[in-house]
Design a protein around this ligand. Structure first.
Ligand code: AHR
Length: 619
C-alpha cells in the first residue's frame, strides 16, 4: 500500500526558492497544503509556444489530482541553468522529475544521476541511453516523412521548389524533422528544397525572413514550416507580397491562431497535428508514483495529417463523446503461434490480463500461417468484435485486411510484432519491444566481451523467422554496432524460426560444411540458443567457453543455461504484454487516442547476475 506522506509547503518559501519557479495552479489558493507527491518539471524554455501548450496540458491534468503538486522551472534554453534547476528541484525533495532537455548531450549525465534517486520522465527529446523511467514524445523523423509525403501530394507533380522554414540549429527536433522530410523528397530528383533557419521559431521572425526573400519567392511552389507559428508568419508575408504559395505546418493545436484554425480559415493548406504528450506525462507520472506495474519505457505519440478536406472530420473525431459504456468488451485476438517459451508466456499474459479485467478474448492460434491470421481477422470482422489484436507472423501483406477492419469500424492493435503498411492509421497502436535496441545490445556485449585482436571475431548469427519484425530489426541493430567496429564479421547467418529445433539445425548444417571457426553466436531468441547449445555439445564444443553465446528473450531456461555457464548473455525482451495491452483496449473503448507506439522496459543480463535473478523471472 502506498505510504501516505504529508508535505507542508510554504508558498513563501517556494517563491523565495527561485525567481524562475512556477507552482502548479492548484497550489495558489493556500499557503499550507496536505500533499502526497511533488512533481518537478524542468522545462527547456517557456518561449516556444509549443512548450506553453505543453505546460497548459500538464497543469490541466495535474488539477485532477488534489494530492499532487507541480513545480516548474524555466531553463531559458540554457543547459547550465537547467542543470541548476534540476538540482534545486532535487534539493526541494521532489518525488518525480519531468524534464524536457534543452540540450540532449549536456543533460544526459544529469538526468542519469537523477534517475539513480527518483523516477524521471523525459519529454520531447530522448536523451542518450536508457537512464530514465519513461520517454514520451513524437517521432520527429516520422513527422518530417509525413510532411514530405503530404507535400508531394500537394505539389500534384513530381517537380517543384519547396521553401523549408527550419527551427533553431540547437533543436534536435528540427534536425529530425528535416532529415525525415529529406528522406522522402530525395526520392524526387526534380523537387528541390531551399532551407532557411528561423532561430527563434516564432511567427514574426518567420514573417520577416520570408518577407526578406522578396522576388526569390516567385519560384517557390510550397512552404514547409517546422511549426504552425512560423507557417502563420509565412502566410502573413506572402499575403503582404501578393504571392499565392501553399503552406504546410506542424503541430495542429486548437487555439485561435493555431494550426487547426489556420487550416479551417484556409491560411495554411495542411498541418501535421501531434499532441504534446503533457496529459500522458501526468497520467504515467501518477502510475509511477503509485507503483502501478507495466509502465512502458517509451511512448511515441501519434500524429495526423490534417488538411482542408479532412479538418472538419478531424475536429469532430477529437471532440467525439466517449464511447457508450460496454460492460463486456469483445476482443478478437490472432496469435501467430506457439513456437517458443516466449510465445507461450506471451499468450498466457494476454489471456490472464483479459480475464482479470473481464474482457471477452476470442483467441485464435495461427500456427505460423499468415493466411490463417487473415482468415481469423475476417472471422472477427464478421463477428463484429469491438477490437482486434494481432501478433503478426511477418511484416508485409497486411494492407488489404487491415483496410477491411478499418472499413468495418473495428480498431486493430498490434501486439509484439509490427507491420509494414502504407497508411499507419490502419492500426491504433503498436505495443512491444524496441527490437533494434535489442540487436544493438547483443552486439555491444560481444564487442565488450569478445575483443577483436589480430584476427577478426567470427560471428554466427541464428536469425528468427525471416521477414518478421523482430528478426529484421534485431539484425539491423546488431549490424549497426558491428559496422562501427572493425574486426567483427558475421561469417554465417541462417533462420531458425525461433524454435529450439531450428537453432539446433543451424549449427548442424554449419558443421556439415565447415571447420569450426566461430568465436561468438548471436541467436535471435533463447530457444534457438538452447537448441544450438545442444548441437554444440554433441560436437564436443563447449558452449559459453569455446564459443560465447548471446541470445534474446530472458526465459527461465536461458537463465539456467547462464548459471551452468553455457550461455553468456541474455538481452531481455518481455512477453508480459497482457496488462499494457488490456489497458490500451480499455483506453480505446473510453474514446482515448492511443499513442503510435508503446515500448516495453527491458534489461540485459549476464552470467554474474543469473543466479540472483532466476527466482524472480516470471517466464
Ligand atoms: O516476436 C518476439 C519473438 O518471437 C521472441 O523473441 C521469440 O522468442 C518469439 O518467438
Amino acid at each position: 500500500m502506498k505510504s501516505k506522506r504529508v508535505k507542508i509547503i510554504s508558498l513563501l518559501l517556494l517563491l523565495g526558492f527561485s525567481g524562475a519557479l512556477y507552482i502548479g495552479c492548484n497550489l495558489r489558493s493556500s499557503s499550507y497544503q496536505e500533499i502526497d507527491y511533488v512533481i518537478g518539471v524542468s522545462q527547456a524554455n517557456m518561449r516556444e509556444p509549443w512548450r506553453l501548450v505543453l505546460m497548459n496540458e500538464l497543469n490541466e491534468e495535474i488539477s485532477k489530482h488534489s494530492n499532487i503538486r507541480l513545480i516548474t522551472t524555466d531553463a531559458t534554453s540554457n543547459s547550465e541553468k537547467q542543470k541548476k534547476d534540476v538540482k534545486k528541484l532535487l534539493d526541494y525533495g521532489i518525488d518525480l522529475l519531468i524534464v524536457s532537455p534543452s540540450d540532449v548531450k549536456e543533460m544526459t549525465p544529469v538526468i542519469s544521476e537523477v534517475y539513480d534517486q527518483i523516477p524521471v520522465i523525459v519529454m520531447d527529446k530522448a536523451v542518450e541511453g536508457f537512464d530514465y523511467t519513461l520517454f514520451i514524445g513524437p517521432d520527429n523523423k516520422l513527422i518530417g516523412r509525413q510532411a514530405g509525403e503530404d507535400i508531394i501530394k500537394h505539389l500534384g507533380k513530381d517537380k517543384g521548389a519547396i521553401l523549408e522554414l527550419c527551427g533553431s540549429q540547437l533543436s534536435q527536433a528540427s534536425k529530425d524533422k528535416s532529415s525525415g522530410f529529406e528522406s522522402i523528397i530525395s526520392k524526387y530528383p526534380n523537387v528541390h528544397i531551399k532551407r532557411v533557419r528561423v532561430e527563434s521559431e516564432l511567427r514574426d521572425e518567420a514573417e520577416d525572413m520570408v518577407l526578406s526573400m522578396g522576388e526569390q519567392l516567385k519560384d517557390i511552389d510550397i512552404i514547409f514550416a517546422h511549426n504552425d507559428y512560423m507557417a502563420l508568419g509565412a502566410y502573413n508575408a506572402i499575403n503582404k507580397l501578393g504571392y499565392d504559395i501553399k503552406i504546410v505546418g506542424i503541430d495542429g493545436f486548437n487555439g485561435e491562431n493555431d494550426g487547426i484554425n489556420l487550416v479551417k480559415q484556409g491560411k495554411i493548406d495542411a498541418t501535421i497535428a501531434c499532441s504534446t504528450g503533457g496529459k500522458e506525462a501526468i497520467q504515467y507520472a501518477v502510475d509511477i508514483l503509485n507503483k502501478v506495474s507495466g509502465v512502458p519505457k517509451q511512448v511515441i505519440l501519434r500524429c495526423h495529417s490534417v488538411n482542408q478536406k479532412n479538418v472538419t472530420a478531424y475536429v469532430e473525431n477529437q471532440n467525439k463523446p466517449r464511447n457508450e459504456y460496454k460492460e463486456i468488451i469483445d476482443v478478437g485476438y490472432s496469435q501467430l503461434g506457439s513456437e517458443s517459451a516466449w510465445r507461450l508466456a506471451n499468450t498466457r499474459s494476454i489471456k490472464e490480463a483479459a480475464k482479470d479485467l473481464g474482457i471477452n478474448l476470442i483467441y485464435e492460434d495461427a500456427d505460423q500461417s499468415q493466411e490463417k491470421q487473415i482468415a481469423a481477422i475476417r472471422k472477427f470482422i464478421d463477428m463484429k468484435v469491438d477490437v482486434i489484436v494481432i501478433s503478426p507472423v511477418v511484416d508485409n501483406g497486411w494492407n488489404e485486411i487491415l483496410q477491411e477492419a478499418k472499413d468495418a469500424g473495428i480498431p486493430v492493435l498490434l501486439s509484439d510484432r509490427k507491420v509494414e503498411v502504407e497508411d499507419d492509421s490502419l492500426y491504433s497502436t503498436y505495443i512491444g519491444a524496441d527490437f533494434i535496441e535489442e540487436g544493438r545490445r547483443a552486439m555491444r556485449w560481444i564487442k565488450e566481451n569478445v575483443p577483436a585482436e589480430e584476427e577478426a571475431v567470427n560471428i554466427l548469427e541464428i536469425q528468427g523467422t525471416l521477414e518478421a519484425s523482430p528478426t529484421v530489426e534485431r539484425k539491423q541493430g546488431f549490424e549497426e554496432i558491428l559496422n562501427n567496429n572493425s574486426g567483427y564479421e558475421i561469417v554465417y547467418s541462417k533462420g531458425g524460426d525461433y524454435t529450439y529445433a531450428g537453432g539446433k539445425e543451424v549449427i548442424e548444417e554449419y558443421m556439415k560444411t565447415h571447420e569450426w571457426d566461430i568465436d561468438a553466436i548471436f541467436a535471435h531468441n533463447d530457444d534457438m540458443a538452447l537448441g544450438a547449445i545442444k548441437a554444440l555439445e554433441a560436437y564436443e564444443i563447449e558452449p559459453g567457453k569455446d564459443v560465447k553465446i548471446v541470445s534474446v528473450d530472458g526465459t527461465r531456461k536461458a537463465f539456467e543455461a547462464m548459471i551452468e555457464g553455457k550461455l553468456n548473455c541474455v538481452v531481455e525482451c518481455s512477453p508480459l504484454l497482457g496488462p499494457q495491452l488490456m489497458k490500451a483496449i480499455q483506453d480505446l473503448m473510453d474514446g482515448k487516442e492511443l499513442p503510435l507506439r508503446i515500448i516495453t522496459d527491458e534489461k540485459i543480463y549476464t552470467q554474474d547476475e543469473a543466479k540472483d535473478v532466476l527466482s524472480s523471472r516470471k517466464y
